[in-house]
Design a binder for this molecule. Sequence first.
Ligand SMILES: [Zn+2]
Length: 412
Amino acid sequence: MSNLKAIHVASIRAQNLSQALNLIWQQGAISRAAIVRQTEMSATTVSAIANELLNSGFVSESGTGQSSGGRPPILLTFNYNFRHVIGVDMGATHITAVAMNLQGTVTARRSTKFDVVSDPDGAIHTIHALIEDVSSRANLSADDILGLGVTIPSPLTGHHLDQLTTIYMPKWEHVNLIATLRRHLPYPVYIDNDANAGAIAEKWWGQGRNHNHLAYIKLGVGVGSGLILNNEIYRGSGGTAGEIGHTTINLNGPTCRCGNQGCMEAYVGVNAVIDQVVQRKLAAIPTWQPEKPLVIDDIITLAQAGDPICRSIIRSTGAYLGIAIANLINLFNPQLIILGGDLTAAADLLLDAVHLSVEERTMFKAAREATITTSELGEDAVAIGGATLVIQHTFAPAHLFSTLAGNPQKLQ
Ligand SMILES: [Zn+2]
């Protein structure tokens, strides 16, 4: 066989394997005959592929399905606990790690506050420590782990979209996070922006499962969005699509950390919210001084307890956020917008103000019908999205051979 022909045959086999494995993964248990019916593969091909998947350990034979006359068929069952994936959410001020099985169930988690922006070496050290910790809590050896997906609080650039944009993280300028992690870990490592990972998590395991067009908005120190359009993450031409926090909402507004004036983030970012509360408190009582520096959780607790200044700031935050969401709805017409991140603990207060603001600014009925809600995946949504990157890559045709051979390809 010529080289080209061999490559062609291998590529078709990889496509078929990937399609069958994804089908068994989605349905949990399925007969060979049903795979033949639901794909364009022949019974002979499906039979050969089934043997290969059974040998891999991802799939086993168990139970019997509905008979259509003769002997009930034996089902191919996906082993969701055969391997685990690790997700790490590296935020500006925290690092969270999860171990997850192949059904999206988190089997161990650890989270710690950390000043990621100013201490890259410490952050990388902490990532390794948390990975070890969740692996041991979930009883996983390196061989049980398919890979790591790590998320960062900044857009990614570069030819492979694996370089950090260091505009908000200048100390990371000479740190190659992905290469450093790959050097020290025995399994593949993938990377994405935090809001993209949140969107992927919602699409795979959350409220986005039945939606083709959705946005996930991460409300933290930074404010970014992950856009899923036609079931695919939308990255734009250079990987920076979705930077909703840096859309201008006031020509002469306060200066944002990106250097521009009047960005949305300068109103609804966690630090902006804290600053506004401090200023309003000082305006009301010039001698006001909190016992310790205010953090966002304090402001949310105070707002929920009825503190008028904190309530009013959360409401105005919702109103500003509503402007950005209305813009997003007018531009992309998503079916679903999911809010995640620190501010969502104030969901009741926040969502009312967001809805009011959006209703005033969206023009079309279809646009107004977009559902705006908070994430049900909770504070681990981004880490779960990171872990999901590994499944997404592993089950794609390009990587499947090495995965099935029990030798995940180490990307360099
Ligand atoms: Zn900005």
